[in-house]
Design a binder for this molecule. Structure first.
Ligand SMILES: Cc1cc2nc3c(=O)[nH]c(=O)nc-3n(C[C@H](O)[C@H](O)[C@H](O)COP(=O)(O)O)c2cc1C
Length: 202
């Protein structure tokens, strides 16, 4: 339990991967095993995972997810996020090859044959988080990107031979981090929690 909490409290988004790092299939399988143990709406388990190692495919996936950033997402974040180091790190991941360098990309899909589209995100993100935590527990760095343009969805479907009922929701990049990340910065739980009614401090 103490170990679980230590992993929970140290997991970070990694955007700088060692391109030569090895990620064993057995480690990916542990991440996926944890992912499929996540809860989902009505236990629909509406997820499919495509593990991509092919260099050209990884570059294409990173490029397509980057398009959303370059189509306005990035401008919005540059204006609204004060943390310059975070913005620079995001920029590195998207536009300086940070994500493309990750030796493995796991594309997480939601299956609309198993769950209504409106429940798709809430049903797959617990699985994504289990995957990220297990990656951290095994000593890997990981990060996810979520937004894809409509056009991007079609290209991902074609590249990965996804049927129409699968929506590629997230790309999870996994590899060894180039450098150790500092501890996560979070607002304390007691600062965002109230007793009985909003406003009554914990
Ligand atoms: C739903 C979701 C979407 C995210 N999308 C991106 C993304 O597109 N690009 C990225 O670099 N990081 C993305 N992240 C990672 C967050 O930016 C990161 O978790 C946050 O800044 C806190 O940093 P830390 O996890 O390193 O402590 C995403 C995280 C979540 C939960």
């Amino acid at each position: 339990m103490a170990e679980l909490r230590a992993v929970l409290q140290s997991q970070r988004a990694c955007r700088r991967f060692d391109p030569d790092s090895e990620v064993a299939d057995s480690d990916i399988e542990q991440m996926l095993q944890a992912a499929v143990h996540a809860p989902s709406a009505e236990n629909t388990q509406p997820w499919s995972f495509v593990v991509v190692r092919n260099e050209q495919s990884r570059k294409l996936l990173a490029d397509w997810w980057t398009e959303t950033w370059n189509a306005g997402g990035g401008d919005f974040i540059r204006q609204s996020v004060q943390d310059r180091a975070l913005v620079a790190d995001l920029e590195y991941g998207f536009n300086k090859g940070g994500f493309a360098a990750a030796p493995v990309v796991v594309v997480v899909c939601a299956d609309t044959d198993r769950v209504a589209e409106i429940y798709a995100p809430s049903s797959i993100y617990p699985a994504v988080q289990n995957l990220l935590l297990t990656a951290a527990d095994l000593g890997y760095g990981s990060c996810l990107t979520t937004g894809l343009t409509t056009f991007g969805v079609d290209r991902v479907r074609e590249l990965l031979a996804l049927p129409q009922n699968l929506i590629p929701m997230a790309a999870v990049y996994v590899g060894r981090p180039v450098r150790k990340l500092s501890p996560p910065r979070r607002r304390p739980a007691t600062e965002v929690t109230y007793r009985e009614k909003f406003g009554a401090a914990w």
